[in-house]
Design a binder for this molecule. Sequence first.
Ligand code: DGL
Length: 259
Amino acid sequence: MNDTKKPLHKLVVFDSGIGGLSVLQELMKLPIKEFVYCADTAHVPYGDKTPDEIISLTMKTLLSVIDPSIDGLVLACHTASSLVYETITQAFPHLPVWNVMEPAARSAAHTSLNKRIGIIGTSATIAHSRHKQTILNIEPDAYIIQQACPDLVPLIEAPQLDIDATKAALHRYITPLLAHSIDTLIIGCTHYELIRNLINPLVGKDIALISTPPLMTALLYPLVENQDIVKPVISIHVTGPQISFLQKLNSVAPAILQK
Ligand code: DGL
């Protein structure tokens, strides 16, 4: 992962859709002056696309927002973090880029006591197995069980969350993982952070949930200048209709615009 000593004043936060808002919301606790939330809402979900499609869509979207005024980029998407991180760092060699995959995998490897770890994510993320590989590099004997959850992102992106259908999908995906005696579960998709309240009761207290947003805030904390910023500037760059994105933003993370 890139590192920088240059203070972060203006940060791009990227996701395919609304999932990265869970990360933006947390990053706003840091004294950063300006955030650009960038989402490829015209093409979400990424999780059911081929690696080539995901790489080309991510690059095209980022090329329209990355300019010399940007101090850093957070890939607030596990799918893009798993598949596009290397391409991005090569395309923008001077831009510090942080992905969400590595901190989540590292945290799981260090959190799990019995070294039995579950991972939920999009089909593309699970097929690419970058979280699993990263954990195995740290804990070669770890037992890792992965579960793709293709129905979740479309449910979360829908204008209204269908709570019963979402609960049923979560039950279908998560219950089989519990039979593997995992003590740690990676929430390997930033969209799922937005339905944490539905995941928590299914998983119970004995399983540690690895959540990306606070990990990213802790990672960036040493890089920000100690300064008072009452209200950061937030600009929104989406490839789909702005109005439907703002409506979703208002329903899932209203504090972002109110802060
Ligand atoms: N929020 C994204 C992630 O963390 C991707 C969702 C998608 O577009 O399928 O993987």
